[in-house]
Design a protein around this ligand. Structure first.
Ligand code: HEC
Length: 102
């Protein structure tokens, strides 16, 4: 795919058992309810840092251990790509004022 970060976010990687991030984090990564935080517009270094922390067992697993399960299946390149992808998306609040879709 042209943009591996966007691909992972919207389609996942089924060969590696990684669901699309947006299935849990909502369309455009804007978050769903209180359980699934927004990723859109977060700093790339922050997102990548959290994924690596889970991969290394340095962040508590959280609900059902969902994120460690995802993070341990990602390569460094995938982590950097998906982090850069979300950093480039508008945050939820900005999206509402812009009326943006997806
Ligand atoms: C099966 C559901 C699920 C999928 C799929 C999923 N996540 Fe998550 N994600 C969660 C949950 C639940 C949390 C909250 C965990 C916590 O805070 O303990 C979370 C939290 C996060 C956080 C921390 C956000 C913050 O503000 O600290 C990041 C970063 C993240 N996910 C990235 C991703 C990426 C990237 C993908 C795709 C590769 C992904 N997630 C796929 C459920 C999921």
């Amino acid at each position: 795919p042209d943009d591996p970060g966007a691909w992972l976010a919207t389609r996942g990687n089924w060969q590696k058992n990684v669901p699309a991030c947006n299935q849990c984090h909502g369309p455009g990564g804007i978050g769903v309810g209180e359980s699934f935080p927004s990723l859109a517009g977060q700093q790339a270094a922050y997102v990548a840092g959290q994924l690596r922390a889970w991969r290394q067992g340095q962040r508590p697993p959280g609900p059902l251990g969902l994120m460690p399960a995802v993070a341990t299946r990602l390569t460094d390149a995938e982590i950097d790509a998906v982090a850069a992808y979300y950093a480039g998306l508008p945050q939820a609040a900005a999206r509402q004022t812009q009326g943006a879709q997806q």
